[in-house]
Ligand binder design. Structure first.
Ligand SMILES: NC(=O)c1ccc[n+]([C@@H]2O[C@H](COP(=O)([O-])OP(=O)(O)OC[C@H]3O[C@@H](n4cnc5c(N)ncnc54)[C@H](OP(=O)(O)O)[C@@H]3O)[C@@H](O)[C@H]2O)c1
Length: 332
């Protein structure tokens, strides 16, 4: 089987990590890099060489030697960049948050269907071993009925942090950047809530510097989620069942740092649950899955489906409506 030929659109921080893990994934190669600045793309290629170095995104989407484009720009630009790729019949793996709202996600899905090309949200946490192990334990009933969850993700920022985090037009704010992991995990375990409530502390720019979210379910289950740019949180997840509890330790979403602690009984009943560890950041699992989808000629992932992405974004929309977080993209 031929290697899948990747192009990267936007040579920022996450693109570096992705390029590193592409080397570990096997079955794919970095063929093209595109940056708004040729200089930046060249600098990137010193660490991660590619056959083509483009000084704009248009050249990349017109490059016939590229099979799939990884979109690594800020989420406020995902809709625009995904449409650019899809309308040039390029397959797309697009970073989370997939877009700014469900209208944009629906338009991206329509464009993928119209152009008959693959589209997937890079919700990498759905492919990592500790997530799969945790979900297996839940599905096997080891925790019994899940009654509640507490999930938090936060770090204290200062002006040295990426400016996209604070700019409304780029999708700044905690919910879309890090709170999305809390929401994703809760939806995976408890499903769609029957009621949502949410509160935020707005920054002077209008993004949420801190967000508290509660999901309520008609069977009496709850999830409490907190995301913050103001304080260093534990970045842990507790999944509390009638027969046992799982704690995903800090940082709960990433396979390189977390561990799975299972408490079948009281707080001193801890068992450490092993899971597969590989080197790399953990992005190689979703990359392998994308390779598999492309080799099978699929236009949609059976694991992270477009319906899953739309459901996630619908939920983020509902949270934002409750908290009063509005982006310009909502007005368009
Ligand atoms: N999966 C994960 O674990 C993970 C982790 C971090 C971030 N992310 C997601 O990845 C995306 C990018 O995050 P990042 O931390 O890599 O951001 P970043 O370091 O700021 O990089 C974003 C890149 O987008 C390009 N870009 C195009 N237009 C831009 C504009 N108007 N302003 C700023 N940059 C622009 C730039 O690349 P060029 O100048 O080269 O074109 C920039 O370097 C976000 O959606 C974020 O949520 C995911």
């Amino acid at each position: 089987m031929n290697d899948i030929r990747w192009g990267i659109l936007g040579c920022g921080r996450i693109a570096h990590k992705f390029a590193n893990d592409l080397q570990l994934a096997g079955g794919g190669k970095l063929t093209a890099l595109a940056s708004r600045s040729l200089e930046n793309a060249k600098e990137f290629s010193e660490k991660f060489p590619a056959q083509y170095i483009h000084g704009n995104y248009e050249e990349l989407v017109n490059n016939p030697d590229v099979d799939i484009i990884y979109i690594a720009t800020p989420h406020g630009l995902h809709h625009e960049h995904a449409l650019l790729c899809l309308n040039h019949k390029k397959a797309v793996l697009c970073e989370k948050a997939f877009a700014m709202n469900s209208r944009q996600v629906s338009e991206m899905i329509d464009a993928a269907r119209k152009n008959n090309v693959f589209l997937m949200e890079a919700m990498w946490t759905k492919f990592v071993p500790h997530y799969l192990t945790t979900m297996s334990m839940i599905n096997e009933g080891k925790l019994g009925k899940i009654r509640s969850m507490q999930v938090n993700f936060g770090f204290a920022t200062d002006p040295s942090f990426p400016q996209r985090l604070f700019k409304p037009a780029l999708g700044g704010g905690t919910l879309m950047d890090i709170g999305i992991y809390n929401v994703f995990l809760t939806l995976s375990v408890l499903g769609m809530p029957d009621e949502i409530d949410a509160w935020m502390k707005p920054s002077k720019e209008g993004i949420d510097e801190q967000m508290a979210v509660v999901f309520r379910y008609n069977d009496g289950s709850f999830s409490q989620m907190l995301s913050s740019f103001l304080t260093n949180l534990g970045t842990e997840a507790d999944i509390n069942g009638e027969k046992g509890r799982i704690k995903l330790t800090s940082r709960f979403y990433e396979p390189i740092s977390t561990s799975i602690e299972f408490f079948p009984g009281r707080p001193d009943s801890k068992e450490n649950i092993p899971f597969e560890k590989e080197s790399g950041w953990g992005y190689q699992y979703q990359i392998r899955h994308a390779h598999d989808c492309l080799h099978k000629g699929l236009n949609e992932s059976p694991v992270m489906s477009l319906k899953d992405s739309l459901q996630l974004m619908n939920t983020l929309d509902a949270i934002r409506a409750k908290a009063g977080l509005v982006y310009d993209a909502d007005k368009g």
